[in-house]
Design a protein around this ligand. Structure first.
Ligand code: GDP
Length: 473
């Protein structure tokens, strides 16, 4: 077991994360700096990790003349006690001088550190995230402590800086108790009811075509990602980029399509172009995940000559679980001879092997020949629009009434399950809350039935739909 400290200037969200890790509402969280009191140590848990967590939030007493000094002292103590430091910044607010001061303390300690970019779900957080690189604390790990996003990645980042041995410790020998469970691989989480918090409506970004549309391009090595990106933005822009800058600065490329501003995020493709000889690329899930996180729409490039490899399916699954809008590009279509046949086969396989989301959009392209890019982009913008769509509570509940009249939920142990109402609480992707009598008893099959009904009735093919059940009271 190890000790973890959450360090950062006031109000970046330390207490919220602390509460998540400690699993209890221990700290009083409020928007005003200064509401928390003491430095506390508590047993913490993050999936399969067990540790002690130190919270330094206590130092923020308003009006104290020696605030700076005391915070600094407390922070230094916490750093000294810690085996690993989570240094938190507010990605929405960007890097402040105070972040730099605290960041310096952390860096000088030489302790393993994870740079945590909180509030990454907020509008404009991306800029703050890039800005965070200049702290010299490595790559920021984007999370939303409040909404629980990015937490699996945080776990991985902690293990990465601490090392497996340190993270799990030799004293872990005794049979690890199986509690409510290491939810280690994201594949164990379910699409249903995933992380819908009661959001505050202001949090939901409006669909805004003046903002660049963020697209990630992912796929197995050699599927043709780089070629596609080059075709889109023009070869020279990538190949003649400043050699040194390519790795970090070219995480995204700006582009324009039919007057619409686009930001393309690549996984390894862009980077590899700067070192062409280095053909050894393996699919790194964390790499793909990073690009996916940045994106609204994700284009998954399949090699049409060898489609539906296990990794292809894993990537699509990842995108869906992350709640992004997926579009499949069957690339290298120029190499396919019997196109009608192959297309029918691809369609059938898409439905059979990727049943998580009905109506996935798939487009055949040849990145190399520059064919199908417009078609692909049409699919992207349409999917993006659907991903942003909203159904009024009135329409939803009129539909629900009909459903309940004709196909009500079953009775479980002699009692009929009742559904009261439904409301869409978020977009990007569409998320709904169903208020019902016994959420735990509701069969998965009925939840699927509702999701499919919503998808059909309100025309939302090809995007993840979240449904969360709540007790009606
Ligand atoms: P990445 O690893 O996904 O970035 O793949 P690359 O863009 O480097 O492409 C891998 C290989 O596939 C290269 O040899 C490309 O020339 C080839 N390739 C990419 N797109 C196409 C395509 O549309 N048609 C054909 N025939 N080959 C392609």
């Amino acid at each position: 077991s190890f000790t973890l400290a959450i360090i950062g200037r006031p109000n970046v969200g330390k207490s919220t994360l602390f509460n998540r890790l400690a699993g209890q509402k221990l700290a009083l969280v409020d928007d005003t700096p200064g509401v928390t009191r003491d430095r506390r140590v508590h047993d913490g848990k993050l999936y399969d990790l067990r540790f002690s967590v130190v919270d330094t939030a206590g130092l923020e007493e308003v009006g104290s003349e020696t605030l700076e000094g005391r915070m600094r002292a407390q922070t230094e103590i916490a750093i000294a006690e810690a085996d690993v430091i989570l240094f938190m910044i507010d990605a929405k607010a960007g890097i402040t001088p105070s972040d730099v001061t605290f960041g310096d303390l952390v860096r000088k300690s030489g302790k393993p550190v994870v740079l945590v970019a909180n509030k990454s779900e907020a509008r404009g957080a991306e800029a703050g995230m890039y800005d965070a690189y200049r702290l010299g604390l490595g790559e920021p790990c984007p999370i939303s402590a409040e909404h629980g996003q990015g937490i699996p990645d945080l776990r991985d980042a902690i293990v990465a800086v601490l090392g497996e041995e340190r993270a799990f410790g030799p004293d872990e020998e005794e049979e690890a108790e199986v509690e409510d469970g290491p939810v280690l691989s994201a594949s164990e989480t379910t699409l249903i009811g995933d992380d819908i918090e009661d959001p505050d409506a202001d949090d939901i970004p409006a669909y805004d075509t003046s903002k660049p549309l963020r697209i990630a391009i992912v796929g197995r090595p050699n599927a043709g990602k780089s070629t596609l990106i080059n075709t889109m933005v023009g070869e020279e822009r990538l190949l003649t980029g400043p050699e040194a800058g390519i790795t970090r600065d070219s995480i995204s490329v700006d582009w324009e399509w039919k007057g619409r501003r686009i930001k393309l995020f690549d996984t390894a493709g862009l980077r590899r172009k700067s070192r062409i000889q280095q053909k050894l690329e393996k699919l790194s899930v964390s790499d793909a995940l990073r690009a996916i996180r940045f994106a609204e729409v994700v284009i998954i490039v399949f090699d049409a000559t060898i489609p539906f490899e296990k990794q292809d399916l894993q990537i699509v699954d990842l995108i869906i679980r992350e709640g992004r809008a997926p579009v499949i590009a069957f690339n290298k279509w120029d190499l396919i001879e019997n196109r009608q046949e192959v297309l029918a086969e691809l369609r059938e396989k898409t439905e059979r092997l990727l049943p998580q989301v009905r109506g996935l959009r798939a487009v055949t392209i040849s990145g190399e020949m520059g064919q199908g890019v417009d078609k692909l982009m049409d699919a992207v913008t349409l999917t993006h629009e659907i991903w942003n769509s909203r159904v009024s509570t009135g329409r939803l509940n009129r539909w629900l009434e009909g459903v309940l009249a004709h196909h009500p939920p079953p009775a479980v142990s002699g009692r009929r399950l009742k559904i009261k109402y439904m409301t869409q609480v978020k977009t990007r992707p569409p998320g709904f809350i169903v208020s019902c009598s016994r959420p735990d008893a509701m069969p998965q099959s009925y939840i699927r039935y509702l999701i499919n009904g919503l998808r059909e009735t309100f025309h939302m093919p090809g995007v993840p739909i979240r449904l969360s059940l709540r007790t009606s009271d």
